[in-house]
Design a protein around this ligand. Sequence first.
Ligand code: ZN
Ligand code: ZN
Length: 285
Amino acid sequence: MLGWNAERWNRWNYRAVVEQVLTAGRFLDRWEVSEGGTSVPPGTEAWLLFQGSSGAASGLIGHGVTVSEPLAAGQLQRDEGSGLHVGIVFDALLPLGEQIPSDALSAAVPGIPWDSALHVPVLSVPPSAERALRRLWREQGPPAIDPAELVPGTHPPDSVSSIEVNRYERDPDARRVCVAFHGTACAACGFSFEASYGEIGEGFIQVHHTVPASMLGSGYELDPVTDLVPLCPNCHAMVHLGVAAPRSVPELRTIISAAGHLPGEVVSEQALEAQENARRILEGP
Ligand SMILES: [Zn+2]
Ligand SMILES: [Zn+2]
């Protein structure tokens, strides 16, 4: 846990840094770890705790991974600061004002002494608290970048409206309601990240907005239960691939079951029924 004391150090143009993480996926900088950070090996997961300033409340604001041993300031060829620094790649930062507030932190991750974390430059996270901390960050940190968006050509050139649709898919509150109602298994293929990957996959799923952009009037209000569905990244990519208006989930299910066996193969009614049952079990109630 790295403490960011903005009263003491505020060298970043934070807006620009957040923007860079959004567009490039990462931002490399160094971070002062003082004496507390002598034992931070490269590859250590790090969270950035904004310690508050006159204008903004404290809260958890960023995540990254260290990429160097702690080095004295001179070795990193910067002119300011003193003491030890680590190189760190930030992979997710929340805009200032959207940091996860302190009371939410102590409620969700009681295993971390948050009061002291707010006053020290470095605090090591007890292993017993890591899981809760990761979960909190996954749920309330910035949403993972949608792989459907990264495939070139999946959106038409005039895709302003597609970006509008993705805004709903990224709304963390809407996402929470959708997942609470539909669960975290893929609504199209039934894939569950927790079932396949165990602990690290827990709670991971993308959320897809099913209402085509063309049907969104100015008075449109999102209903997270009827308008959003959980989809695994594969199915999510496939509903958007090559089409301006996304395919529907039933349409995708039909495509999956049609592609699931080789042409000419005879599939019995019982086999189809068993597949359907398996899907229902995976999807949960
Ligand atoms: Zn799927
Ligand atoms: Zn989508």
